[in-house]
Write a protein that binds this ligand. Structure first.
Ligand SMILES: *Cc1c(COP(=O)(O)O)cnc(C)c1O
Length: 356
């Protein structure tokens, strides 16, 4: 697809937010990318336009039936002012996996990466430069037919918006307390767990609220059938170091195939650390802890990169991991991935794409 992206620049550029107080997902840049889909024309009219509200018919299908997908990745500015994206083609390929599950027509992966680069380049001045900050990128697709009735929409919008974001760990990495969720489940095999689709997140809120009330930062999800096997932590993939092996749940349809997860597996293999994708029961975890073999636990995802787990509560049985401190492997993965992302560590895997 060699469509030309039209660019309409804003007449009213916004003032830049304070880089020391960005938070996450609160500020948005001057422009956004939009492309439309119709059955007759396919994906068409790619354009970069001033950031602003959408006008929608109240019957717009996405508002009622949730036919939508999204992605999340980041752009980083290196010390010498270069702009880097981390494995953007993986996000755009994952859009098509999510699209397929949600009956949304596929996008052209290469073109979507070009569109992303064009938008980031247009708003390059919005990429923060303070240590740990980045430009969070949110591509998403929504069903736009004005129609009530459960079927796939015939029209869609693919959009990309940009949000300058603060350091995830402004005061250093602190391991978090996690509640193992026994009642609610996030996803089941055959469902939509492997797709990045809004309904999965709406369905996770209740358990998250309860965990927060109990003083926990996130929940650890168990499988939807037996509530025995570990799946994910909040909206991150999860890893454990048991003995000299690093383990992570295998992808079986209910788990989101994270790009950070994949990057961690590749790095661990390169470092000669044994890493296994397999089923892990909570019981195994607690047994390994009792034997002193559970030495690290951490979540992985674009926002935090690595989020160490310091405490796990399973029905009132509480265990502390690594004395509540970040583990050696977790720290090494964090340094390697963030180093590659901001251009201070050599990119042996070709994960970095420069935006000119
Ligand atoms: C996005 C997401 C992840 C992490 O994926 P990354 O590509 O590493 O950011 C993990 N689990 C869920 C449920 C997610 O939505």
């Amino acid at each position: 697809m060699t469509q030309k992206i039209s660019i309409c620049k804003t007449q009213n550029p916004k003032s830049r937010p304070d880089q020391k107080n960005l938070g996450f997902g609160q500020h948005f840049s001057d422009h956004m990318f939009i492309m439309d889909y119709s059955t007759e024309k396919g994906w068409h009219d790619p354009r970069i336009v001033p950031y602003g509200p959408l006008s929608m018919d109240p019957s717009t299908m996405v508002l009622h039936y949730g036919q939508a997908i999204f992605e999340g990745l980041k752009a980083y500015k290196s010390k010498d002012g270069k702009i880097y994206l981390f494995r953007p083609e993986m996000n755009m390929k994952r859009i098509n996996n999510s699209n397929d599950r949600m009956s949304i027509p596929p996008i052209d992966v290469e073109f979507a990466v070009e569109a992303l680069k064009a938008l980031v380049s247009t708003d390059r001045d919005w990429i923060p430069t303070e240590p740990g900050t980045s430009l969070y990128i949110r591509p998403f697709i929504i069903a736009t037919d004005p129609f009530l009735g459960v079927r796939a929409s015939n029209t869609y919008k693919f959009m990309i918006i940009l949000s300058p974001s603060g350091a995830y760990y402004p005061t250093g990495i602190n391991p978090v307390k996690i509640l193992i969720e026994n009642e609610y489940v996030r996803a089941v095999r055959g469902g939509t767990g492997f797709a990045k689709t809004p309904a999965n997140y709406a369905a996770s809120l209740k358990a998250q609220d309860i965990a927060h009330e109990k003083g926990y930062v996130q929940v650890l999800w168990l499988d939807g059938v037996e509530r025995k096997y570990i799946e994910e932590v909040g909206s991150m993939n999860v890893f454990f170091k048991i003995g000299d092996e690093v383990v992570t749940p295998s992808l079986d349809g209910s788990i989101l195939p994270g790009i950070t997860r994949d990057s961690c597996i590749q790095l661990l293999k390169k470092w000669g650390i044994k890493v296994t994708e397999r089923k892990i029961t909570v019981q195994e975890l607690f047994d390994a802890h009792a034997d002193g073999r559970l030495t690290e636990a951490f979540g992985t995802g674009t926002a935090a990169v690595i989020s160490p787990i310091g405490e796990l509560n399973w029905d009132g049985r509480v265990i502390e991991v690594n004395g509540g401190r970040i583990g050696e492997v977790s720290a090494k993965l964090y340094d390697a991935i963030t180093g590659i992302q901001n251009g201070t560590v050599r990119d042996e895997f070709n994960w970095i794409t420069e935006v000119k």
